[in-house]
Design a protein around this ligand. Sequence first.
Ligand code: DHB
Ligand code: FE
Length: 279
Amino acid sequence: MAKIIAGIGTSHVPAIGAAIDKGLTADPYWQPFMDGIEPARKWMKEHKPDVCIIVYNDHASAFSLESISTFSIGVAAEFPPADEGFGPRQVPTVMGEPELAWHMAESLILDEFDMTIVNKMPVDHGLTVPLSIMYGQPDAWPCLVVPICVNVVQYPPPTGNRCFNLGKAIRKAVDSFPKDYRVAIFGTGGLSHQLQGERAGLTNPEYDKQWLDKLVSQPDSAKAISHTEYLREAGTEGIEAIMWLVMRGALNAEVEEVYRFTRVPVSNTHYCLTILDNS
Ligand code: DHB
Ligand code: FE
């Protein structure tokens, strides 16, 4: 049977993708960041998940404000990198796993999570930058991907509690899939950042550290945090952290944090990365 071997949390800052794509990683701004993510890449090489379920948000690339789904699942065989204004990133096409994705869609919907089923979509920095962070620049991504999109762009986003429970339902779906896949689940985005308005540029590393500690060891407390608290403490885009709660909900009650790296600022964001061992 399939098994979730780990949860990975990472910010999905687009400038990281641009730095990698343009060969700027030895630049003094990026070198310390690259050094910080290296142990995570090593972990990926050693643990080799067959499938990555990537929980991310689309930033008005595949979807517009014409129709807004709270939770979506990509069931296609391939997802091309999106054109976000400068042409698509020159990274490999993301290969889906339709059989697992359809199994998950069925399990989740019958579990009363009303997923939007997406047969065709390009994937933006929210999904491709985490792959670049964890895998570098391979000719082909070394894993299949099931994309799960969460609306964090248009108010109201789902609650942290709902995201956590979606994670639990994802766990149930994966556990009942009859192929011996080793699965990693990513929560992406955050942590504190604000890209607009009077507080543009806000980060709050102290808050993020406490939040991360809670996510790892007291998820019941992390999942209860209100939208207003994210907005106040972590800025307008800090709400992306709720996607890490989907990841955490899919893991055991107790997990071991095998790696954490944080750095501020990376672009406009307090960059955070964590690997949670679920074995
Ligand atoms: C930045 C971070 C994001 O999560 C995003 O979607 C866009 C930009 C940033 O830090 O610049
Ligand atoms: Fe984002």
